[in-house]
Design a binder for this molecule. Structure first.
Ligand code: GTP
Ligand code: MG
Length: 306
């Protein structure tokens, strides 16, 4: 197998300061098949990428997620490496990222940026947000990964063709990771180096807005995967509210005041909270049965294809 069978996929949006070097770096690692999916850059990104020998396509919609989805639909190579076009991923790490997929040990490899990152590569807020999101992901999906938002990843064809991606923006990394867990793909994490952004390129990520969107995607998508987590959190919130109003009722009662409407509210909140838990447990049962059926169907279809 030559590296022609590996497509290096670079999403770019106004990355003229770095895209040329990124392409040269991947080529000097032995990868000439480079696909740039560009988000209608207003600078010379496309021109530079073409001059460096990459194949350039302009995405039809908006956002990194839409770009990746479009590229995955198009790619016919057996292996794909996805990296950022802003020069923050080290091309030299490509061998580590691609290795487990080439060896057939994994369907999807994620480059963990949190082991070795340059000073300034993460702002404090981004680092905190990343850690919180990874913890939340672990709780929701039961798979404890270190860096689910990494943009440096490798896949085999089976993986990219199995993804059903719907999110358009920076939720794409979470969605890809969730889809990999849902589709029972073999995931591996390898350490990679993460560099600070080039001083001339601007970030496209809004830590608060995109952070909220990512968190909400992980939570909402957990409804079908781990309903106990989804409904448990709602139930927990109801019970907490009930305990809060209940404490008030008891304190007032000791002062000789009986708060009847508040007592009714407390009861309703606590009952509703417990009902949510029961609902979560029942949904969990359904999801578990469904997952077993899906696993069985997948096994049959794999056996048939062999
Ligand atoms: N095609 C396309 N690429 C995009 C879009 N938004 C961002 N990108 C690219 O996706 C990669 C990651 O985006 P960044 O803005 O670097 O986001 P980030 O790496 O999470 O944030 P930083 O830490 O600031 O670098 C970069 O190569 C961007 O140029 C988009 O709408 N379309
Ligand atoms: Mg970046």
């Amino acid at each position: 197998m030559t590296n022609e069978n590996v497509c290096i996929l670079l999403p770019t949006l106004n990355e003229e300061a770095t895209v040329g070097q990124v392409i040269r770096d991947f080529r000097s690692e032995g990868f000439d098949n480079i696909l740039v999916i560009d988000g209608n850059s207003k600078d010379r990104t496309r021109e530079i990428a073409e001059a460096e020998g990459a194949r350039v396509i302009v995405q039809t919609g908006k956002g990194k997620g839409q770009a990746i989805k479009q590229a995955f639909d198009l790619i016919e190579e057996d292996y794909v490496v996805m990296a950022d076009g802003d020069g923050t991923n080290l091309a030299k790490d490509v061998h580590a990222v691609l290795g487990p997929v080439l060896e057939g040990k994994a369907d999807h490899v994620m480059g963990n940026r949190l082991v070795d990152y340059e000073k300034g590569a993460f702002t404090r807020l981004n680092l905190l947000g990343n850690k919180l999101i990874n913890k939340m992901f672990g709780m929701a999906y039961g798979v404890w990964l270190n860096d689910i938002l990494t943009g440096y990843r490798a896949f085999n064809k089976k993986a990219i063709k199995s993804f059903e991606l719907k999110k358009l923006g920076f939720e794409v990394e979470s969605e890809i990771t969730i889809e990999s867990v849902k589709k029972d793909l073999r995931i591996e994490e390898v350490p990679t180096t993460y560099l600070a952004r080039h001083s001339e390129g601007a970030t496209k990520l809004n830590p608060l807005k995109d952070g909220m969107r990512i968190g909400s995607t992980i939570y909402k998508m957990a409804r079908l995967h781990n309903p106990m987590f989804y409904f448990g959190l709602i139930g927990g919130a109801f019970i907490m509210a009930g305990l809060f109003t209940g404490t008030y009722v008891v304190v007032e009662w000791f002062h000789g005041v009986t708060r009847i409407p508040m007592t009714i509210l407390t009861t309703l909140l606590i009952i509703a909270g417990f009902q949510m838990f029961v609902f979560g447990m029942l949904s969990d049962l359904m999801v578990t049965l469904h997952r077993e059926n899906m696993r069985f169907l997948r096994k049959i279809s794999e056996e048939k294809n062999e």
